[in-house]
Design a protein around this ligand. Structure first.
Ligand code: SF4
Ligand code: SF4
Length: 110
């Protein structure tokens, strides 16, 4: 079980909650948006997209961490290539608070 996160947030340091159930880097579903990525990262995403096709469920639906998320450091492994949506999440904004409050809520409440 992951420890609850104290609110309110002032920094992403030691948080990473909004990456924990993204499954894949959000916003990279359109192939054209992948063109600026190194080939190895494109192949990694393609590998997991194929796995999603084969299982019939997205990693996001399975509430799995983003494939670029490092659970040990709670950081993005490819920060310089993170999608725009990841860059635009304001710390302390509604999306940020949603994820942090979701994590702070008692586990098993649905
Ligand atoms: S944006 Fe918010 S939820 Fe995401 S890592 Fe930063 S503080 Fe945590
Ligand atoms: S791409 Fe990076 S910042 Fe965006 S959800 Fe994945 S790990 Fe988090």
């Amino acid at each position: 079980m992951t420890e609850p996160i104290d609110l309110p947030p002032f920094s992403c340091e030691g948080c990473g909650v909004c990456c924990e159930e993204q499954g894949l880097p959000p916003g990279y579903l359109v192939p054209a948006l992948l063109l600026h990525l190194p080939e190895a990262l494109r192949e990694e995403i393609a590998f997991h997209q194929e796995e999603e096709r084969q299982t019939g469920r997205t990693r996001h639906a399975r509430e799995l961490p983003c494939i670029w998320y490092d659970v040990e450091t709670k950081r993005c492994r490819h920060y310089e290539y993170r999608p725009d949506i990841c860059r635009e999440v304001p710390i302390g904004g509604s999306s940020c608070l949603f994820w942090r409050e979701r994590r702070a809520a008692p586990q098993g409440d649905g």
